[in-house]
Design a protein around this ligand. Structure first.
Ligand SMILES: C[S@@+](CC[C@H](N)C(=O)[O-])C[C@H]1O[C@@H](n2cnc3c(N)ncnc32)[C@H](O)[C@@H]1O
Length: 278
């Protein structure tokens, strides 16, 4: 029985990092004319209303997107991401925070395809309602641990896959590692973004150690610890397999800027950016 609802966390500092990197990667893939597929293995609802009780419970967006929107930023990569958030919020105030599927749907071209997997029944219904009548989107109420490998390799031979689990099962870090290994066997050239939370129990290390031991030819690993003393979420990371080759040159400054805005200034915080291509 799944209990996680992304609405509690939408727009928080972890969403900002993940969605910023996602928009960068999608923009990069569009530089080539060839079409590609975007697969969201853990789709969520696609849009989250700020006024909803989920969002208002802990108001996590105040430590995330709200801080970014209140800062004057000149960085072009961050502004590409922020402009998309602003498209959904044409008035001055933030009323809706977009989910990963919405960012992709806005960015992809008519020739590209999208495939969303969401296991939670209610969240699946919300997702379907948010993306009605899109001929280029397939939405399935399926378990990514069973379904994702069956979608690989995509016919386009180019693709971005977001693996963004809620990590609520006891062995979910191990299951995620297995999913990535099996996916790579079928689609070695895909660009995979894998998100994980940094909590006091440090269980994310099961995932990050395994990924770093895969002997991947090309990867980036970005980790932001916002508040090392937090009881709940201390930070988050995104591991990117087959990232754009220019990621370090492009994003070093942008990530430092995001971190400087998001970090808790009274607490130990740090950003790490490891990259196979220097
Ligand atoms: C972190 S949230 C997704 C957030 C979304 N990707 C975004 O960035 O806007 C994780 C989602 O995965 C769903 N989920 C959990 N287990 C799943 C599974 N085995 N297969 C597919 N979806 C799953 C949850 O219901 C939840 O909506």
């Amino acid at each position: 029985m799944l209990s996680y609802r992304h609405g509690f966390h939408a727009g928080n500092f972890a969403d900002v990092l993940k969605h910023f990197l996602l928009t960068y990667v999608l923009e990069y893939l569009k530089k080539k004319d060839n079409s590609f597929v975007y697969i969201d293995a853990n789709a969520g609802a696609g849009k989250y209303l700020i006024d909803e009780s989920f969002m208002q419970k802990n108001k996590e967006y105040l430590n995330g997107i709200d801080k970014i929107l209140k800062t004057e930023i000149k960085d072009k990569f961050i502004n590409n991401y922020l402009n998309l958030v602003k498209t959904l919020n044409p008035n001055k105030y933030l009323t809706i925070y977009p989910g990963s599927c919405w960012f992709a749907q806005q960015m992809l071209r008519p020739k590209d395809r999208m495939h969303f997997l969401e296991l939670h029944k209610n969240e699946f219904v919300n997702l379907e309602n948010n993306f009605k009548n899109h001929s280029k989107i397939i939405i399935e109420n399926e378990d990514c641990y069973k379904r994702l490998v069956k979608l690989l390799p995509p016919i386009e031979k180019r693709g971005v896959i977001l693996i963004d689990p809620s990590y609520e099962l006891k062995d979910e870090y191990e299951k995620t590692v297995e999913l990535i290994e099996n996916s790579l066997k079928k689609f070695n050239n895909g660009t995979y973004l894998i998100w994980y939370p940094i909590l006091e129990n440090k269980k994310f290390e099961i995932l990050t150690n395994a990924l770093e031991n895969l002997n991947l030819k090309s990867y980036s690993h970005i980790q932001m610890i916002i508040d090392k003393h937090a009881v709940g979420l201390q930070g988050s990371g995104v591991f990117i397999i087959n990232p754009p080759f220019s990621i370090k040159a492009d994003l070093k400054h942008s990530l430092q800027l995001l971190f400087d805005i998001l970090k808790n200034k009274d607490s130990d915080s740090k950003i790490e950016f490891k990259n196979s291509i220097q």
